[in-house]
Design a protein around this ligand. Structure first.
Ligand code: NI
Length: 171
């Protein structure tokens, strides 16, 4: 198990289109374990491969808190096959946009297909917070960040602040 460095926006590696996983093997399972450790260490509830510089189409999600029994989900090649008409608003954050939050409107419920870490085909219906989190993570697999769902003004403000913080950290 290893902690992976998390890429902070703005960064071209967060804007890539990932490629589907062809073989679910030990290498991938080890990577998913590292992603989960990295997410827990950063106190996150979701993480997608591009956030740690990887181009495979995988995400991990766990809505439980540190003091609860953990309930990790590892999704390989996740695809949303259905969205509800009902919407939900959530004040979203992201480990790649630290300390910034914005209200994002998304469909409340989804149906998602994916492979689990044994390579089995799975289907899940989710709503509420779990649905929001899965949609946010799947967005990452297509180069989309939560700020891409808000106004250009708000997006520009957040990205400028992150850029400035990076420059200061590098100086
Ligand atoms: Ni994120």
């Amino acid at each position: 198990m290893a902690l992976l460095p998390i890429i902070v926006a703005p960064d071209p590696r967060l804007k890539i289109e990932t490629r589907p996983v062809e073989a679910v093997d030990d290498d991938l399972r080890a990577f998913l374990g590292d992603m989960l450790d990295t997410m827990y260490a950063a106190d996150g509830i979701g993480l997608a491969a591009p956030q740690v510089g990887d181009e495979r189409s995988v995400i991990v999600v766990d809505l439980t808190r540190e003091d609860e029994e953990r309930s990790p989900m590892k999704m390989i090649n996740p695809e949303i096959t259905w969205y509800s008409d009902d919407e939900r608003v959530h004040d979203e954050g992201c480990l790649s946009l630290p300390e910034h939050y914005a209200e994002v409107v998304r469909p409340d419920a989804i149906r998602v297909t994916y492979l689990d870490e044994t390579g089995a085909s799975c289907e899940l219906e989710a709503d509420g917070m779990l649905s929001t989190c899965i949609q946010h993570e799947i967005d990452h697999l297509h180069g989309v960040l939560f700020v891409d769902h808000v106004s250009a003004i708000k997006r520009g403000m957040i990205l400028r602040k992150l850029k400035k913080a990076k420059k200061q950290a590098a100086a």
